[in-house]
Each structure stands twice: as C-alpha cells, then as structure tokens.
Ligand binder design. Structure first.
Ligand SMILES: [Zn+2]
Length: 178
C-alpha cells in the first residue's frame, strides 16, 4: 500500500491553468478524478492536494506541498497539461530524485504507448511543488492543450490508465482497457 498525494494542478484563485484549444484544468480534472479512483481500487491511499482557495500563486503551491508533507505521503504526483506555441506536442514528466526519475520514465513510456510523442524526463528542480515536497515527486505534463495532434489523441480514461500503470505497473481488473 502506497500513500499517493495527487495534486490536480491549478483550479483555484491566483492559480488558473492555461487555455487554448482546450482548457488545461478540464484535462487535469477529468484525468485526476479517474486516476484517484484507479489508485484506490488498487488498494492504495490517496490524498488530494489542490486547495479550495488561495491568497496568491505561491500560497496555492505551498498549500499543495503542505498537504502532502503533513500526510507524509510516499509519492507526490502533480498533474498538468502543457501549452506552448501550437507546434510542440507530446508528453514530458519532471522529477528531481533518482527514484522520481524512474517513476517519470515509466509514466512517459505508458503515455507514449497511447500515441503521444515521448519528450522524456526533465529536471524538476525549478518547480515549486517538486522542490518543496519531502517525498518522491513528479510533475506530469500529460500533453499539449494547444496542439491539434495531442488534443485529437487525448482521452481522459486512457490517460488515467497510462499514469496509473506508470505509477503502479497495474490497473484495477474491471478497468482494463486492453
Ligand atoms: Zn499547469
């Protein structure tokens, strides 16, 4: 049994997600709720880290870290979707410890099996929630919401399955898609 801190990125005051062809928060919310459900079906414990209100961007990010740190979670996973220049596409995962990098590699591989380009594991040492959480932490940029290619490929259910597989190597039996 693992205690996962699942951070649905953005979604509160001073911390809005990107908006392009799709809204980043819509992608995060749909995948996040399914991912939490799958992890719990596998017998893991999950705490959700997104605050309901915040006084600044920094405060929003710190509250997420506090929730994970106070719960002494084993693994912190922050969900995001990328937005750049409409030309970039694919998935990338940020981490800063060797164990985080291994998890990040597994998530990248599983998401790329859905057809998304594997942009690989990147250093998350500049990212607030990766840096300020005490446990193994990864930040998943699932795909690009301003890429027509990625938006056409995106399916919340398959994305949640891929991240669940990357984290645990398993899916709940009744949720198997293959
Ligand atoms: Zn984001």
């Amino acid at each position: 049994m693992t205690l996962y801190a699942i951070d649905l990125g953005h979604g509160c005051d001073y911390d809005g997600g990107a908006i392009a062809i799709k809204k980043e928060e819509d992608f995060i919310n749909s995948v996040g709720l399914l991912l939490i459900k799958r992890l719990m079906q596998l017998g893991h414990e999950v705490i959700a880290c997104r605050p309901s209100k915040a006084s600044s961007l920094n405060n929003s990010l710190q509250q997420r870290c506090d929730r994970a740190n106070n719960a002494k979670a084993d693994i912190f996973v922050s969900l995001h979707a990328n937005c750049f220049n409409t030309k970039a596409y694919g998935t990338e995962v940020f981490a800063m410890s060797p164990r985080g990098e291994k998890i990040a590699r597994d998530i990248c591989r599983e998401i790329s099996l859905l057809g998304f380009f594997n942009r690989g594991v990147k250093s998350g040492s500049h990212l607030y929630v990766v840096k300020n959480t005490n446990m193994v932490a990864v930040l998943v940029e699932m795909c690009f919401i301003d890429s027509a290619r990625d938006v056409a490929l995106f399916d919340a259910k398959y994305m949640a399955d891929a991240i669940c597989l990357g984290l645990t190597g398993r899916l709940p039996v009744d949720e198997k898609v293959f």
